[in-house]
Design a protein around this ligand. Structure first.
Ligand code: SF4
Ligand code: SF4
Length: 307
């Protein structure tokens, strides 16, 4: 199964996932109450065809659900079942489901169908619907729009069942996934739409992004660590709730990322530690600058300005 494809759009259109354009799309925008004709069931002639050549982008909640399903920590799941790709030109790390060693088929595919069906990723739930967020010219608000993905191998479009987009989403359990992924997707969209004005994130920011997005069990350890506690104020009862509740941790992780990437301060910081960290960074940057000047025998524009 491929991710839902997006029609070519103008700059105000953002796909929810990075998607290779290998298949035709019916670029008709659909709203929640529009009707679609589609059905998928075990008796259909193409059963399993969509899972034999996968390109599935994973969200943080997908990874959480699948790792819990398999009874392994997120870092082990990442190692065994995922592969990296770049979400944007700055190298923001993304995750895709890793196919089988010998074929492009999904590792979770069996002759009986999907072996993780109740915990299948968002992209699998959406198929054969595609979705994207659209900002209309007259508005600042982002709006979800949908479209049908029609791939030749998928015979579900020939089935006689009709239903609304809203009912299809409900049937596929998409609403819960969308609710828990929304804040994280907003981060990706904001990062893309800010483009070069924000500049390339530091290596440290990219590492924190990967940690807080995909490896929630390691992130859970991180928020208990001395380095986190030195910088942030997290009361014992808050920490204890985050240690026990996966979805609360997911939500806290996106708040943390908004703080790290965009300076949106929703987690209290220890001001003295922040000042100290800032001074250390400034010192490191100044030392690097001096090293560069000496190494490349550059003329120092600051000295020029003083003379
Ligand atoms: S997770 Fe399940 S539905 Fe999704 S591609 Fe794999 S086998 Fe198919
Ligand atoms: S109908 Fe489409 S989604 Fe369902 S099994 Fe066939 S190819 Fe996959």
């Amino acid at each position: 199964m491929s991710d839902s494809k997006t029609p070519q759009g103008d700059a105000s259109v953002f796909a929810k996932f990075d998607i290779p354009h290998t298949s035709p799309v019916t670029p008709v925008q659909l709203g929640l109450d529009d009707m679609i004709q589609f059905d998928c069931h075990k008796g259909i002639s193409c059963f399993n065809a969509c899972c034999k050549n996968i390109d599935i982008t994973l969200t943080p909640y997908d990874i959480l659900r699948l790792s819990r399903r398999m009874g392994i920590p997120t870092w082990e799941f990442l190692l065994k079942y995922t592969m990296h790709y770049d979400l944007d030109a700055h190298g923001m790390p993304g995750m895709k489901l890793r196919p089988q060693e010998e074929s492009p088929a999904c590792q979770f595919l069996t002759a009986q169908g999907c072996s993780v069906y109740d915990d299948r990723p968002t992209a699998c739930r959406y198929y054969a619907l595609g979705t994207m967020e659209l900002r209309r010219k007259e508005s600042d608000a982002l709006e979800d729009v949908y479209f049908l993905v029609k791939e030749e191998h998928c015979k579900g479009h020939e089935e006689p069942r009709t239903l609304t987009v809203r009912d299809y989403r409900r049937e596929q359990g998409v609403e819960e996934y969308d609710a828990l992924n929304r804040n994280w997707i907003d981060i990706i969209i904001k990062k893309r739409s800010s483009g070069p004005t924000v500049g390339a994130p530091s290596q440290r920011s990219l590492q924190l992004f990967a940690l807080a997005s995909y490896d929630l069990d390691a992130f859970r350890e991180f928020i208990s660590s001395d380095s986190f506690q030195t910088m942030f104020v997290l009361k014992a009862d808050e920490l204890s709730a985050l240690q026990q509740d996966d979805t609360a941790l997911l939500s806290f992780a996106t708040r943390f990322l908004k703080q790290v990437l965009f300076g949106e301060r929703s987690i209290a910081q220890r001001e003295e530690a922040v000042r100290e960290r800032y001074a250390q960074r400034k010192d490191i940057i100044e030392r690097r600058y001096q090293d560069d000047v000496e190494r490349h025998r550059l003329r120092d524009p600051l000295e020029d300005a003083e003379s």
